[in-house]
Design a protein around this ligand. Structure first.
Ligand SMILES: [Zn+2]
Length: 272
């Protein structure tokens, strides 16, 4: 299985002749537009960077996960799997209903070469982004706030004899054992500990840590944390501290920070 990190929470998994994407969002939206504009996919960028997709999984309906899914679905003919809101936004954006599939926690899907389990996750609260049902009368392109969160999922994916747990904030007791764990580096160490005890990963990929206001052409940098009443008030997320946390939890676990768009053969990574 080949792994490619697409930036933000985007992951591409290739096994044999099949490509599965999770949360592919490559288009970078400028800061002002997220608050005051309507969001559009960069179609030529997508055509250049994603040549094929068979299955697209969406953890939740926020724009930084869903924005590029309709265009990728049109360009590749892939099938999409997500929550009610994610599915509805895809259909409103012109994806043929036959390609859109609503899923829920507990579902186990066979998608070509891949087996996928859908697991409940809990999204952090984001100020000014209300969760709930979609507003009525939505027309694409949507504003950032119209990408409204309903359910949120983690995905356990297996192909060949390799499995990956793509965590989107699942309670540790619901997580599944996997060799690879994709993990957002913004939780408490006690959460990582509980999650790692359950997943028992060999390799952890930090996920959803790059600054999404910066263009894809620039090197990935960690995003700014919310301002704090201390010095310095603005600081970027500390990936090295995340790595040290995981080393304290289990020194055998390897934290691997992938380069965006770089193919990583997973079986080779397990043997190092
Ligand atoms: Zn989100």
């Amino acid at each position: 299985m080949i792994f490619r990190w697409l930036g933000i929470a985007g992951i591409e998994l290739t096994y044999k002749d099949q490509v599965l994407l999770i949360d592919p969002c490559l288009t970078r939206i400028p800061f002002w537009q997220v608050w005051f504009g309507r969001l559009k996919s960069d179609c030529s960028l997508l055509a250049r960077l994603i040549s094929r997709a068979d299955h697209i999984l969406v953890t939740h309906a926020h724009y930084d996960h869903l924005l590029d899914v309709p265009e990728l679905t049109r360009a590749t003919g892939a099938q999409v799997y997500g929550s009610e809101n994610a599915c509805q936004l895809c259909r409103l954006d012109g994806v043929p209903p036959a390609q859109v599939h609503q899923v829920q926690p507990g579902d186990c899907l066979t998608l070509g070469e891949f087996t996928v389990k859908v697991i409940h996750a809990k999204h952090r609260r984001i100020p000014l982004f209300n969760a709930g049902r979609l507003s009525s009368g939505l027309k694409p392109p949507f504003t950032a706030q119209q990408y409204r969160l309903d359910a949120c999922f983690s995905f356990w994916v297996e192909a060949g004899d390799i499995s990956i747990f793509d965590n989107a904030g699942s309670p540790p007791e619901l997580a599944e054992q996997a060799e690879f764990l994709c993990l957002q580096p913004y939780y408490a160490e006690s959460y990582y500990r509980q999650l790692c005890e359950q997943v028992r990963p060999k390799v952890v990929f930090p996920n959803h840590w790059d600054d999404l206001w910066m263009p894809l052409s620039q090197p990935a940098r960690p995003y700014f944390l919310p301002p704090q009443l201390a010095f310095p008030p603005l600081r970027r997320l500390d990936l090295a501290a995340f790595e040290r946390s995981l080393q304290r939890i289990d020194p055998r676990v390897r934290v691997f920070v992938p380069e965006r768009m770089r193919e990583v053969p997973l079986d080779a990574l397990m043997q190092v």
